[in-house]
Write a protein that binds this ligand. Structure first.
Ligand code: UT7
Length: 328
């Protein structure tokens, strides 16, 4: 009997501070109408100076572990997707591992931007299926508000902070769990979303780094063009490889970057509105946090029930994109 990687607990964490479109219109030359019409975003959550990638992650992880009912000592691996970890190193996954009492787990971060949760879940699933591990804590978390240029209206209105977590366990005799994943990348699109300074090419302390981008840069129109095709392509490929039809999907939980991108992907896939999960209006683009936060809210609100087929898809800096189909 083959092993399936079953999601058996979910958790989340968002900062308390809410930043509305009206608040932003006091900071840069923008307004609620523009932001709502172009993106669907009405408000987003922003970290305080005491909050960071690890604080949100630890809260989300503790909730996921409690809801799974699995003792933290039984977790074999912590995989955390982020591009905004507490430090360049050590990995934020290690900070989470010790705080949640996962004393027998290995830990590492995965860097795949807004597709990060799909990538990190696929790593855990592969290791579970190979028999290397039985139980994993998988997180997607980002705190992009810390890296946004708050004078740049073309980016600062888009992003928010959030963490989502799941506990995944290998089980036999079940049709639940991750059914199929596709992961894709096209590095020729790397210039379209980036933060140049802080890595080994342009270290912070290097004088040559002065004048280079130490905030998020994004060519929104290029990313938009890429995203509308990438979302549909990844979902079609994933369903085809799973031998499934889109009619078998009960809920679509896409990366929440922009309502127009979500709607165009749903239209291409032929998914009715009631099958499409949207919370971009309340959180904005939370990067790797977006999909696990969506799964968490969908489950808590009763839209995602045990046995349902859920399809997730994400895209972001890299460029990277991917999708997975899961029986909940
Ligand atoms: O997680 C993955 C990462 N990113 C994404 O998914 C983002 C993908 N891209 C997008 O979502 C959209 O391209 C944006 C929402 C970023 C922009 O929407 P758009 O419809 O592509 O607008 P635009 O960039 O073509 O700008 C249209 C106009 C420009 O003015 P002009 O040149 O026509 O006079 C901008 O300067 O809107 C202006 N503009 C704004 N106006 C008011 C840009 N940002 C703002 C703003 N408020 N915040």
């Amino acid at each position: 009997m083959s092993i399936r990687a079953v999601i058996c607990g979910t958790g989340h964490s968002v900062p308390e501070k809410i930043l509305t479109n009206d608040d932003l219109s006091q900071m840069v030359d923008t307004n609620d109408e523009w932001i709502t019409q172009r993106t669907g975003i009405r408000e987003r959550r922003i970290c305080s100076s005491e909050e960071s990638c690890s604080t949100l992650s630890i809260q989300a992880a503790k909730e996921a572990i409690a809801s799974s009912g699995i003792p933290p000592q039984e977790i074999d691996l912590v995989v955390l997707a982020t591009v905004t970890g507490d430090y360049v190193f050590p990995a934020t996954a290690s900070l989470v591992q010790s705080e949640v009492g996962a004393v027998n787990a290995g830990a590492f971060d995965v860097q795949a931007a807004c597709a990060g949760f799909i990538y990190s879940l696929s790593v855990a699933e592969a290791m579970i299926k190979a028999g290397t591990i039985r139980t994993a804590l998988v997180l997607g978390v980002d705190t992009l508000s810390k890296f946004v240029d708050w004078t740049d209206r073309s980016t600062c209105v888009l992003f928010g902070d959030a963490a989502g977590a799941v506990v995944v366990r290998g089980e036999t005799d079940t049709d639940r769990g991750v059914i199929k994943t596709v992961l894709l990348s096209d590095g020729t699109g790397a210039p379209h979303i980036k933060m140049e300074v802080g890595g080994s090419k342009h270290p912070f302390q290097d004088v040559k780094s002065r004048g280079l981008g130490d905030y998020i840069y994004m060519n929104g129109a290029e990313v938009y063009r890429f995203a509308v095709n990438a979302m549909g392509d990844a979902c079609c490929k994933c369903l085809e490889e799973a031998g499934m039809d889109v009619s078998e999907v009960d809920l679509f939980v896409p990366h929440q970057a922009n309502l127009r991108i979500i709607q165009s992907a749903a239209k291409r896939l032929g998914l009715a509105d009631e099958k499409v999960f949207v919370n971009v209006d309340r959180y904005g683009n939370t990067s790797a946090g977006s999909i696990p936060l969506g799964l968490y809210e969908a489950e808590k609100s009763g839209r995602l029930k045990r046995g349902d087929v859920v399809m997730t898809v994400g895209f972001g800096a890299g460029l990277v994109w991917g999708a997975n189909v899961i029986r909940w």
